[in-house]
Design a protein around this ligand. Structure first.
Ligand code: HEM
Length: 497
């Protein structure tokens, strides 16, 4: 009887405590599935609609997982700046865990000493300003090859699938920067390499029941075939990285100028470098390469693809951009990286395209590490946090005519995408902000400047600007559902003048 009374008192204090909690508002969850049924095909859009009803700090349940959706710049500032230390963990998820050799990478590893040291390595060596600069010739050469291949389509009057071109460009630049070779070996040619990357991206964006229902979800994932598909994707990427590493081990050491990222990581392995007492080994190297590929290839290509789609729909903006480039570089064949400083309008239109089409619409998920108060609401440890960057970019309270593509809105505005302005969070903010901003934007700016300088772009016959579909498809990143195909036209000196 005595014992029972004790339990009753304990239960009473627990429930009083629970009751005292001021949890954020949100749509009522259903038993077991929580709010999963409300996500739809494009969760960022459904969540944006819901947040207009429940507010910028909204609690939902993804199966058993409490998740707070952030949908305003001031709430984003709270989680990415004021409480960043509490919010900078990443949840352990099925697909990210497998593809990163059990979280040995930077993007999906938990916050702690290992992440801190890896991140330092990334910022100081792998993606430093000096290294980005040292690969300028790679970017210029690869953009040159892309322009030459587009010129062939212009000559034969064939349409260009813009996303395919931009993906091929980011892949070849990344291959050269990371492993010094333009494109991998024969067995990965004929589109197989691209298929492999696409499949890994699809796996990262896939819904896994194990993540929503940690206790029994794995049974569902085995039943649906997700486990074996993930395993197959992991194996093919692993074989590829092993080949890259073996080849580097067997090659005479390059001088420092020619050193690629794998050379640098293998040197650290030979020197028995430790990252937070973990000696750097092959799996760590492969996990880092996985990040460089999966974080950098698709995002850059998407930014370029969406930007071209907006320009195709807005011929005035396209003309203005081309005129600016023309007046800046004149009759020079290529726009080089020194010319980019003068291309102010190009930078404005990129900001505008990234406002409307951030590739990571909900950022990369974070997880809280301790309890804190957010606008008076209690946020518990182990709560997942997703910032609706897409919604913030289209909020009519922040932007005039938010759905319209108006690059001029950024004229004279201090807002940029480097993590200090919570209205434009294309690359995130805080401790986990993207470390590849300079590397990514260097490619995007140079490629678009040359694509616009070298060709006039026409819509396929019979299509008008209004017919360009802006429908979205969602996975880990948001892409154009209907591929953008355009006709490149080589301008004659007279028509361009
Ligand atoms: C236009 C291109 C790119 C976009 C839009 C982009 C966007 C992002 C975003 C939104 C995040 C999550 C930030 C957060 O959680 O607050 C991120 C993280 C990351 N990005 Fe990028 N990224 C791009 C290019 C790159 C490139 C080129 C690389 C490397 C070669 C890269 C490497 C990473 C890594 C390693 C992380 C994880 C950082 C961490 O968790 O500490 N990204 N990126």
């Amino acid at each position: 009887f005595h014992g029972k009374n004790k339990t009753a008192t304990k239960t009473m204090t627990m429930t009083t405590k629970q009751r005292k909690k001021n949890l954020p508002p949100g749509p009522p969850p259903l038993p077991i599935i929580g709010n999963l049924h409300q996500l739809g095909h494009l969760p960022h859009q459904s969540l944006w609609e819901l947040s207009r009803r429940y507010g910028p700090v909204m609690l939902i349940h993804l199966g058993c997982v409490p998740t707070v959706i952030i949908s305003s710049p001031s709430a984003a500032r709270e989680v990415l700046k004021t409480h960043d230390l509490n919010c900078c963990n990443r949840p352990r998820l099925l697909s990210t865990g497998r593809l990163t050799y059990d979280h040995l990478d930077i993007a999906f590893t938990e916050y702690g000493d290992y992440w801190r040291e890896l991140r330092k390595l990334c910022l100081l060596k792998l993606l430093s300003a000096k290294r980005v600069q040292s690969f300028r010739y790679v970017r210029e050469e690869e953009v040159g090859s892309m322009i030459e291949s587009i010129a062939k389509s212009a000559e034969s009057g064939t349409l260009v699938d813009m996303k395919e071109k931009f993906m091929a460009l980011t892949v070849s630049i990344t291959c050269r920067v990371a492993f010094g070779t333009a494109f991998p070996w024969m067995e990965f040619k004929d589109g197989r390499f691209m298929d492999m990357i696409r499949e890994a991206m699809a796996m990262l964006g896939s819904f896994s029941a194990s993540d929503a229902f940690p206790r029994f979800g794995w049974i569902v994932d085995r039943f649906t075939g997700l486990h074996s598909r993930l395993e197959k994707s992991f194996r093919s990427m692993d074989v590829f990285y092993q080949k890259v590493i073996d080849e580097h081990r067997n090659t005479n050491k390059r001088n420092e100028e020619e050193e690629d990222i794998v050379d640098l990581l293998l040197k650290m392995e030979r020197d028995q470098t430790e990252l937070a007492t973990v000696p750097l080994q092959e799996d760590n190297i492969k996990a880092i390469l996985m990040d460089i590929f999966l974080a950098g290839v698709d995002t850059g290509a998407l930014v370029m693809d969406w930007t071209m789609a907006e320009l195709a729909r807005n011929p005035k903006a396209m003309r203005k951009a081309r005129e600016e480039i023309q007046s800046c570089v004149g009759n020079k064949k290529w726009v080089d990286e020194d010319d980019l400083h003068g291309l102010k309008y190009l930078k404005l239109l990129l900001k505008e395209a990234m406002r409307l089409h951030p590739p990571n619409v909900l950022l990369v998920p974070r997880e809280t590490m301790g309890h804190f108060k957010l606008f008076g609401y209690d946020i518990d440890p182990k709560t997942r946090i997703q910032v609706n960057v897409w919604g913030i970019g289209r909020d009519p309270n922040l932007w005039e005519s938010p759905e319209e593509f108006v690059p001029e809105r950024f004229e004279g505005s201090p807002i940029d995408y480097k993590g200090n302005h919570f209205e434009l969070l294309t690359f995130g903010a805080g401790r986990r902000i993207c470390p590849g901003i300079s590397m990514g934007m260097a490619v995007v700016e140079l490629a678009l400047a040359n694509v616009l300088h070298s060709f006039d772009w026409k819509l396929p016959e019979g299509m008008t600007e209004k017919d360009v579909s802006m429908e979205e498809g969602a996975g880990q990143t948001v892409f154009k559902k209907v591929p953008l195909t355009l006709l490149p036209v080589k301008p004659s000196p007279e028509t361009d003048a």
